[in-house]
Write a protein that binds this ligand. Sequence first.
Ligand code: ZN
Ligand code: ZN
Length: 291
Amino acid sequence: MDPQDKDTPPPPPEPLRVPVADSHTHLDMQETTVEAALAEAAAVGVTTLVQVGCDVNGSRWAAETAAAHADVHAAVALHPNEAPRIVLGDPDGWSRQGAREAGGDAALDAALAEIDALAARPEVRGVGETGLDYFRTGPEGTAAQQRSFRAHIEIAKRHGKALVIHDREAHDDVLRILREEGAPDRVVFHCFSGDAAMARTCAEAGYFLSFAGNITFKNARPLRDALAVAPPELLLVETDAPFLTPAPYRGRANAPYLIPLTVRAMAAVKGMHEDALASAIAANSARAFGY
Ligand SMILES: [Zn+2]
Ligand SMILES: [Zn+2]
């Protein structure tokens, strides 16, 4: 077996002794069944998953999957790259659903109403991933993204759910809008991508910082510096699978069973024993998502 073969699933890592949650995954984008993914994850000590929706259909699927599996919790939202597609249409047709007609603000309101209804369900523990993405979406989509983000903050607060934030190259505006709207009690920065200063700002506000497999990348020094200053009581771990596969399997498909690789890399950065970090992460995940 060629270890560089991109189609070969990475072997299961040594199991964690203290079980943790994958705080952010997309099982609906992975080439496996939910049952197989849960079994592979549980076998290495990843016993809880937060399944994250990115559009109305994906959010409905997340809620149904969580309702059917006690160890799966759901987060529901319109992804920051989804909101402008709904409002402005999708002229390039690069979304999974293909080209889409422009629906304007009314279409966004209708989609938000669906998310609002899903957020009321008990198996839905988070509203997200929402936020801002200035990398994938150009300036023409900023207004729709910000309107959608503000609406999701309001939904999270009204239902008492965690707010799961996707922040890509938009740190200042994400923090500003959170301040302007008033943040919910529990805020998770998924796939934290800020530097040490941003980590301090988030920690002072009591926001959770969720680190993904990119913490293991060679060029991720600023991210490791951020992790180094982040308080253990606010740390979460996630795969964002199928994306961001940790080293040494970068380029292959990610899955929740690879979480131990990221936990071990995080423990090394923090100078903590793996079990102590896993215990902290397990407690933080339950607190963040209220399960
Ligand atoms: Zn994201
Ligand atoms: Zn995601």
